[in-house]
Design a protein around this ligand. Structure first.
Ligand SMILES: C[S@@+](CC[C@H](N)C(=O)[O-])C[C@H]1O[C@@H](n2cnc3c(N)ncnc32)[C@H](O)[C@@H]1O
Length: 190
């Protein structure tokens, strides 16, 4: 997976936004506090090869709706090869509302995002955040990670300000130093 990931980074650096899949420690930090065992509908954005997916699935109750949205066809194919039985679409997270509707859900209880927000321009950040807020139910939870060095970038700092504007509560996890590169999680409640 590492070689495939690196290749996708070289081909699509801004869309991939990372040179390696996330670590297990970051995956665990991503799902902490989400109450996934109570959720009826959960969405994962940008699963890549599925670094967070196993931790999500391990906490879902039977019958809960899960859908992964991955816009890179090569990453999507890798994800399908690993998790063929799951709902997954090769599409942009910007279409999360229509994707949930096509599966019979009006809103998500939780959205777990693997998107590289600091690599995105302001307009794409706005589009994806607006779609995310519209797709989450009131009180729904949103978890997304950021690389520590992303806080040095104007786009990373702008994203943090936008989260504070979109959500009723935003918390930052401790830094996960074992991840390559070190990262932390934003835990947000709508
Ligand atoms: C930083 S990688 C994270 C992959 C995996 N979740 C992990 O943590 O190892 C970002 C992923 O988001 C995907 N992605 C980027 N923009 C997207 C979008 N608008 N909609 C869906 N997926 C997107 C990329 O193709 C890539 O798989």
């Amino acid at each position: 997976m590492l070689a495939r990931f690196l290749l996708q980074f070289l081909r699509h650096p801004l869309n991939t936004g990372a040179i390696a899949p996330s670590s297990r420690a970051l995956a665990r930090a991503m799902v902490r506090g989400l109450d996934l065992h109570r959720a009826s509908a959960v969405v994962e954005y940008g699963p890549g090869g599925g670094a967070f997916t196993g931790e999500i699935l391990a906490r879902l109750r039977p019958g809960a709706l899960f859908v992964a949205i991955e816009n890179n066809p090569a990453m999507y194919a890798a994800f399908r090869a690993r998790y063929g039985r799951l709902n997954a679409v090769n599409d942009s997270a910007a279409n999360v509302g229509a994707i949930l509707a096509s599966l019979g859900a009006s809103h998500a209880d939780c959205i777990v995002s693997g998107l590289p927000w600091a690599s995105f321009g302001g307009r794409l950040q706005d589009e994806l955040l607006a779609a995310t807020c519209a797709a989450l139910r009131d009180g729904g939870r949103f978890a997304t990670f950021a690389y520590l060095q992303g806080l040095l970038l104007p786009s990373g700092r702008a994203f943090a300000r936008k989260l504070a504007g979109c959500f009723a509560a935003v918390e930052r996890s401790p830094v996960c130093w074992g991840n390559l590169p070190p990262a932390f999680v934003y835990r947000c409640v709508k």
